[in-house]
Design a protein around this ligand. Sequence first.
Ligand code: OGA
Ligand code: MN
Length: 216
Amino acid sequence: MNSIPNTPDERLFDRIADALVNQGYIICDQALDSALTSALLHRVQHLDDQAFQRAGVGREQAQQLNDRIRLDQIRWLEQLDASEAAYLAWMERLREGLNRRLFMGLFDYECHFAHYPPGAFYKRHLDAFRGQTNRILTTVFYLNSEWQDDDGGELLIYPGQGDCVLERVAPQSGRLVVFLSDRFPHEVLPARMDRYSIAGWFRVNASIGNQIDPPR
Ligand code: OGA
Ligand code: MN
């Protein structure tokens, strides 16, 4: 018989696993506890400006080129803060839940807050290239309460090729998007307001010897 407990989180993990098998992505509303979602928004809004770094597109890319691709600022989550630790713990349960259901061999998870100031964007990109990375699954969790239709900042998800848009996702508080990292090009449209999200990646272990792959 099924040994997976029937809690709300486990039912959500069921839905995520089914969707990954059937369509490769899912958009879930109210995925996490609303108190934790608010605590994370409070946390990211009150972090010092110096805590953030400009996001890069690759280790060797010049800043000017980078500016044409993405303008968000990021900060990696750490265990030291209670709300960050609670988010990482939830993702650890999702990691185990997916490994248990789909035998994905997900090895670890890393994630960062992203702040898109008004006007910031992230042009169409893939998070992983087939066979070249250990990033397997992307998660994006949104923290913006009362996001309005004309605030912009939507995440556009494309099917592998072509310009038709598969999904247009407003960055609404509590919404979690999960997709196969090498399958779906996506972009972030410029927003009129400060836009906060947590982008993360489940990875498989592609380390050789004691060299961590990939270096951050
Ligand atoms: C990313 C990304 C999407 C978002 O950081 O790679 O695509 O909606 N983020 O914040
Ligand atoms: Mn991305």
